[in-house]
Design a protein around this ligand. Structure first.
Ligand code: COA
Ligand code: AMP
Length: 638
C-alpha cells in the first residue's frame, strides 16, 4: 500500500479483520425498529446474511425521519426536465405526503410486504414516489429501464410475478416521444403471468389507452386517496427482506434478478455518502444516470435521501438538451457539490465542446468532485475533465450485483492520488484478489480475474431472485470461497485496481450492460440465418457498440442488405433501442477453431484495428481476411 494511504489503509484493514465491529458501527447512522445485535450470520443464506436479527424500513429512513428531525422544508428532489421544459422542487415533507398516499393506493390493490411491483417509468418524480411507496409497504420493486422493449419487460414480469405494475404513458427522448404503454400492453400479452392492477401516469406528450378493470389512472387514484385521507405508514421489515430486484444481463438471454436486501444496502450506501463521496446531509447530489440502472437506484434515489441530501432528478441527456453545457447548468443552478455520471457522457460532452467553453458563465464554486462509473474511464476524458473543472475526477468500479462501489477513491477519508486508468482501492469489506485460471493469486502487476473473498460486504446480492442455485453457478463456483466478478484486472504494488474488461460475453454500450449472447439469440432466430456472432467493437463515444456477423443459410435468395436491415430491426424490437444494435454484416464464414469455437476475440481485434496473434488452433486463417474486408466495406477496422 502506498505511503499516502495512511488514513484509508487502517479503515479497510479494520473492515476485513473485524467486520462485525465495522458494520455495526456503520449501522448506527440508521434508525432501526430493532437495532442489530450482530452484523453477520455466516450460516444463513447462500454465503451468509447481514444484520440477521434487525428490523427497519428503508422509506422511513430515506424520508420520514428527516421530516421528524425538522428538515421537512428542505428539498428532497429537484426535478429538472429539459426534454419537457419542466422543473419541480419537492420537499421532504411533500415527498412523505406523496409517498404515503401512493403507498395507500398500492395497498388498495392488495400490495403488501414481500409482494413485487414492476415499475416501467421514465425519469419523473412519480417513479421515485413509486419506489419509495413500495419500500414503505415492505413490497419489492423491480424497475425496468425504459429503453428495453416489450419482450425484455415480459421476461422480467414473468420472473418477478408482480402484484401490480406502475407505468407512465410515455418517455420523452430528445428527438421523439416513446409511448411506453403499448410496450407494457404487449409485454403483458406475452407474459403468462398477469398482474392484478396497472397504475398509469398519463403524461401530456402521449396519453395511453387504459384497459377497463386492470388499468387505473394514477392522478385520479392518488387524488381519491388524498380526498379520503388515506395514507400508509412505514412497515418495519427484516433487514434481510428484499428491498428490490434489479434485472441485469447474464450470459444467457434470461436476465438475472439481482436481489438487494434492505438493511445491508441502507448501511453500505449511507457509509459511502460520507466516506467515499465526501458529502454531508443537506448538500445537493446529482447523479446523471437513470433509475432503470443500479447507479440510479443507489445514487439518484436511496443513498442521497438516506443521507438527508437533496437529489437532482434530471430527465435529459448530457448533450442535445439543449447543448453540451447541460450538466454544468444543472450543477450551478442547484448548487450541486458532487456529480456522478458515466464516462460515455463525458466523452459525448468533450466531443461537442472540446475546449469546455460551455462551462463559461456557470458558477461552480460549490462543486467539489466528479465521479465516473459504469465502464472504464479513459485517461483522456479524465484528464480533460480535471483540466476543465479544476476538481478531482474519480473513477470507481461497480456492478449491479454489488449495489455500490467495489473500488474507488475514498474522498471522505483521504484523497488518494489519482492514477489514470485505475479505479483506486477496494472499499471496506471487499477482500479483493486477482487470480489466475487455477484460482491462485497472481503477482502484483499481473492480469487475472478479479475475485472477492467471501463474505461479500453489505449491499451485495445475497442471491438471485428465485434461484440460489443460479447464484452459486453464476458467481461462486469458479473459485471456491470467492465471488467471481467476471472482470479481468490488475492490482499494482500500491493496491490500486485497474479493471480491464469482462471475462464473459457482456459488453458495455454507453455505460449500459448488454449480453452479446442475448443479441445472438435474436439473430439466430431469423429464418435465413445459419449462424452468427455478436461482438462489441470500439466506439469513440459509447465505448463499445455491438456488431453482428451472420452467415446465411444456403439457398437464401433475399438480398443480404435487406436481411441485415431486418436483423437490426429485430434486435431493436426484441431487446430495445438501448442495445444500439446498428451494424449487421453478412459474411461467408465465421472464423473458428478446429473444435468449432468462434474466435470472437480475434474478430474484435480486427474490428478495433489492433494487432493479434494468429490463434494456433484456427481452422482456416483466410476467414480472418474476409472478416477484415467486410468490416472495411462499412468503414470499420484498420
Ligand atoms: N426510453 C426509451 N428509449 C431510450 C431510453 C429510454 N429511457 N434511453 C435511451 N433510449 C434510446 C435512445 O433514444 C436511442 O434511440 P435511437 O437508437 O433511436 O437513437 C437508443 O435508446 C440508444 O440510447 P443511448 O445509448 O443512450 O444513446 P444516445 O445516442 O441517445 O445517447 C449518450 C448517448 C452517451 C448521451 C447517452 O448514452 C448517455 O447519456 N449515457 C450515459 C449512460 C448512463 O448514465 N449509464 C448509467 C451507468 S452510470
Ligand atoms: P453494471 O452491472 O451495469 O453496473 O455493469 C457492471 C460492469 O461494468 C462491470 O462488471 C465492469 O465490467 C463495468 N464497469 C463498471 N464500472 C467500471 C469502471 N469504473 N471501470 C471499468 N469497468 C467498469
Amino acid at each position: 500500500m502506498s505511503a499516502a494511504a495512511t488514513a484509508y489503509a487502517p479503515v479497510h484493514a479494520a473492515s476485513i479483520a473485524d467486520p462485525e465491529t465495522f458494520w455495526l458501527d456503520a449501522a448506527k447512522a440508521l434508525d432501526w425498529e430493532r437495532a442489530p445485535s450482530r452484523a453477520f450470520d455466516p450460516q444463513a443464506g447462500v454465503y451468509g446474511r447481514w444484520f440477521p436479527d434487525a428490523r427497519l424500513n428503508a422509506c422511513f429512513n430515506a424520508v420520514d425521519r428527516h421530516v421528524e428531525r425538522g428538515h421537512g422544508e428542505q428539498a428532497a428532489i429537484l426535478y429538472d426536465s429539459p426534454v419537457t421544459g419542466t422543473k419541480r422542487r419537492i420537499s421532504f415533507a411533500e415527498l412523505r405526503e406523496e409517498v404515503a398516499t401512493l403507498a395507500a393506493v398500492l395497498a388498495g390493490f392488495g400490495v403488501g410486504r414481500g409482494d413485487r411491483v414492476v415499475i416501467y417509468m421514465p425519469m419523473v418524480p412519480e417513479a421515485l414516489f413509486g419506489m419509495l411507496a413500495c419500500a414503505r409497504l415492505g413490497a419489492i420493486h423491480s424497475v425496468v429501464f425504459g429503453g428495453f422493449a416489450a419482450n425484455e419487460l415480459a421476461l422480467r414480469i414473468e420472473d418477478a410475478r408482480p402484484k401490480a405494475v406502475l407505468a407512465a404513458s410515455c418517455g420523452v427522448e430528445p428527438t421523439r416521444v416513446v409511448p411506453y404503454k403499448p410496450l407494457l400492453d404487449a409485454a403483458l400479452a406475452r407474459s403468462s403471468y398477469k398482474p392484478d392492477a396497472c397504475l398509469v401516469l398519463q403524461r401530456p406528450q402521449a396519453k395511453a389507452e387504459l384497459v377497463e378493470g386492470r388499468d387505473h389512472d394514477w392522478e385520479e387514484a392518488v387524488a381519491a386517496a388524498k380526498a379520503e385521507g388515506r395514507r400508509a405508514d412505514p412497515v418495519a421489515v427484516a433487514a434481510t427482506d428484499p428491498l428490490y430486484i434489479l434485472y441485469t444481463s447474464g450470459t444467457t438471454g434470461k436476465p438475472k434478478g439481482v436481489v438487494r436486501d434492505t438493511g445491508g444496502y441502507c448501511v453500505a450506501l449511507t457509509w459511502s455518502m460520507a466516506n467515499l463521496y465526501d458529502v454531508k446531509p443537506g448538500e445537493v447530489y446529482f447523479c446523471a444516470s437513470d433509475i432503470g440502472w443500479v447507479v440510479g437506484h443507489s445514487y439518484i434515489v436511496y443513498a442521497p435521501l438516506l443521507h438527508g441530501c437533496t437529489t437532482v432528478l434530471y430527465e435529459g441527456k448530457p448533450v442535445g438538451t439543449p447543448d453540451a453545457g447541460a450538466f454544468w447548468r444543472v450543477a450551478s443552478e442547484y448548487g450541486v457539490c458532487t456529480l456522478f455520471t458515466a464516462p460515455t457522457a463525458l466523452r459525448a460532452i468533450k466531443k461537442e465542446d472540446p475546449r469546455a467553453e460551455k462551462l463559461d458563465g456557470y458558477d461552480l464554486s460549490g462543486f467539489r468532485a466528479l465521479f465516473l462509473a459504469g465502464e472504464r474511464a479513459d485517461p483522456d476524458s479524465v484528464a480533460w475533465a480535471e483540466k476543465a473543472l479544476g476538481k478531482p475526477v474519480i473513477d470507481h468500479w461497480w456492478q449491479t450485483e454489488t449495489g455500490w462501489a467495489i473500488a474507488g477513491n475514498p474522498l471522505g477519508i483521504e484523497r488518494l492520488p489519482v492514477k489514470y486508468g485505475s479505479t483506486a482501492v477496494p472499499m471496506p469489506g471487499y477482500d479483493l484478489h486477482v487470480l489466475d485460471e487455477a484460482g491462485k493469486p497472481v503477482p502484483d502487476g499481473t492480469m487475472g480475474t478479479i475475485a472477492l473473498k467471501l463474505p461479500l460486504p453489505p449491499s451485495c446480492l445475497p442471491t438471485l431472485w428465485g434461484s440460489d442455485e443460479r447464484m452459486r453457478a453464476s458467481y461462486l463456483q469458479t473459485f471456491a470461497g470467492y465471488y467471481d466478478t467476471s472482470d479481468a484486472g490488475i492490482r499494482d504494488a500500491d493496491g490500486y485496481v485497474t479493471v480491464l474488461g469482462r471475462t464473459d460475453d457482456i459488453i458495455n454500450v454507453a455505460g449500459h450492460r448488454l449480453s452479446t449472447g442475448g443479441m445472438e439469440a435474436v439473430l439466430a432466430a431469423h429464418p435465413d440465418v445459419a449462424e452468427c456472432a455478436v461482438i462489441g467493437i470500439r466506439d469513440l463515444v459509447k465505448g463499445e457498440a455491438p456488431c453482428g456477423f451472420v452467415v446465411l443459410k444456403s439457398g437464401v435468395t433475399k438480398e443480404p442488405g435487406d436481411i441485415e436491415r431486418e436483423l437490426v430491426a429485430r434486435v431493436r424490437d426484441e431487446i430495445g433501442p438501448v442495445a444500439a444494435f446498428k451494424l449487421a454484416l453478412t459474411v461467408g464464414r465465421l472464423p473458428k477453431t478446429r473444435s468449432g469455437k468462434i474466435l470472437r476475440a480475434t474478430m474484435k481485434a480486427i474490428a478495433d484495428g489492433q494487432s493479434y496473434t494468429m490463434p494456433p488452433t484456427i481452422e482456416d486463417p483466410t476467414v480472418l481476411e474476409e472478416i477484415g474486408e467486410s468490416l472495411k466495406t462499412r468503414g470499420v477496422g484498420a
